[in-house]
Design a binder for this molecule. Structure first.
Ligand code: AMO
Length: 443
């Protein structure tokens, strides 16, 4: 094998006019070979794009030419040769090979085509995810995810929030027993954290003032839908010294706007690959109360029984778009009756049948829920008693409310929900590298 200077390799996007006539090494996956007899085009793909390697039989000799053109697709190659400008190639450059090395030969046939246009079931794609992720549009989703998170961290950092990490192995859940995953933890009962809820509140008592966490959350969701995962990335925010939920919604609005702008400004090429036209959302996002949304739905022939179900959410999404041109909107003042399980939610002191809780929806899908918390010990205990929670199990949490807890609130945002809607993906699993759901734990 010839030696190639891999450390000095040039990525597809780095080729430039200044390199014309010089010798470079490129390396990547052999996407395709077009052999026309005396000349062959090998397309070598890396994270940044595709380089065309143009092989001439006359120059390389019969034996090398035959060997080079029979390397199986998706093998990993390094090629060293001269850079030449060529307007007919999409990148504007080609490489005239002088030597090459097969760094890893791919077996045949491939379980999944990378550039074939035939539709493949999502399950097959996820079973062969390492291959599926080689597709440029799939890779694009994860580049956009990267930019979205970068924008979120940037915004929160600029606003004075500090990033924290709370335990994912916990002794008590905050979001209802039904979706807890029990785990073996030495001789004790333990669960995977559904949300950092209790811990971000503890940190308000500790005086951290403004915190955020970006971490996995686990839910034993029995619903096999296009928007539920058993493990998702949760962006949790908490802040102190608030009076009402408006200040929390303003932070959220700023967060969404800034992170969308980051994706638009820096990720246009990825959006193009996915054929997504993304516009910066206009602010303020409309705020409608839960009661108003019930009225709107009833006027449009949809009667609710209790909480909004998927059909009602979708319908409201359509109406908000049609009547207010709004993709993103807040539903505020959730009734206490519907938020009983959310024992930590603050109720309106003047109107206890309503909470200070809101959702942020995007075209009918919930992205975020949050609100002001109950910081008064006695009220909190009473709300926990109403749903029969074992106070002793929550002692570590309740203690923090006895010794100085400021008024506070925050929200939890599902990162994949945002991507699902922002990129109009058919299934939320598309934006997780290795999704976990009721039926899938491998790969
Ligand atoms: P909630 O349970 O509403 O609130 O969750 C917050 C957000 O997390 C996302 N989410 C999910 N995403 C994918 N798959 C799931 N199974 C799933 N479950 C939830 C949604 C949802 O809006 N502690 C509160 C937040 C708070 O009040 O700060 C909480 O967890 O986008």
């Amino acid at each position: 094998m010839e030696s190639h200077n891999l450390a000095e390799r040039k990525q597809a996007s780095a080729l430039s006019s200044g390199m014309t006539g010089t010798k470079v090494t490129v390396a990547g996956w052999l996407q395709d070979t077009r052999n026309l007899g005396g000349i062959a085009f090998l397309l070598l793909r890396d994270r940044t794009g595709v380089v065309q390697v143009t092989a001439l039989k006359k120059k390389l000799g019969d034996e090398v030419f035959t060997e080079l053109t029979s390397i199986p697709r998706e093998s990993v190659l390094a090629v060293t040769g001269e850079v030449k400008e060529n307007e007919q190639v999409s990148t504007g450059f080609e490489i005239l090979p002088e030597s090459y090395a097969i760094l890893s030969r791919a077996a045949t046939p491939l379980p999944l085509g990378i550039i074939d246009k035939v539709g493949v079931e999502l399950d097959t794609r996820l079973n062969n995810r390492f291959l599926d992720l080689r597709k440029e549009e799939v890779l694009g989703i994860f580049n956009i995810r990267n930019l979205l998170l970068k924008g979120m961290r940037e915004y929160l950092g600029n606003e004075g929030f500090i990033e924290i990490h709370t335990p994912k192995i916990v002794a008590a859940g905050a979001e209802g027993g039904a979706t807890l995953f029990p785990i073996e933890y030495f001789e004790k009962d333990a669960y995977l954290a559904q949300s950092p809820q209790l811990y971000k509140q503890l940190l308000m008592s500790a005086g951290f003032d403004k915190v955020y966490e970006l971490a996995p959350a686990f839910r034993a969701e029995r619903s096999d839908t296009v928007r539920h995962l058993a493990e998702f990335a949760s962006l949790d925010v908490e802040l102190s010294f608030i009076d009402g939920s408006e200040v929390i919604m303003n932070v959220l609005e700023g967060l969404i706007t800034h992170s969308f702008k980051t994706v638009i400004d820096e990720g246009q090429a990825f959006l193009d690959k996915l054929e997504v036209e993304l516009k910066e959302p206009s602010t303020p996002f409309p705020r409608i109360t839960f009661e108003e949304s019930v009225d709107i739905l009833e006027q449009n022939g949809l009667r609710l029984h209790g909480d909004m179900d998927t059909e009602a959410e979708k319908k409201l999404g359509e109406l908000m778009l049609k009547e207010h041109g709004a993709e993103l909107y807040f539903i505020t003042s959730f009734p206490t009756e519907l938020k009983k399980e959310t024992f930590y939610a603050m109720r309106e002191p003047e109107e206890p049948s309503l909470t200070r809780y809101f959702d942020l929806d995007y075209r009918g899908e919930e992205l975020v829920s949050g609100g002001q918390r109950e910081h008064r010990y006695n009220f909190l205990v009473q709300q926990m008693n109403e749903i029969g929670l074992d106070e002793a199990q929550f002692g570590f949490y309740l203690n923090a409310f006895k010794y100085g807890m400021p008024p506070h609130g925050g929200f939890g945002l599902g990162v994949e929900r945002v991507l699902h809607m922002m990129l109009s993906l058919p299934n939320i699993r598309e934006c997780v590298l290795f999704p976990r759901d009721m039926n899938r734990i491998i790969p």
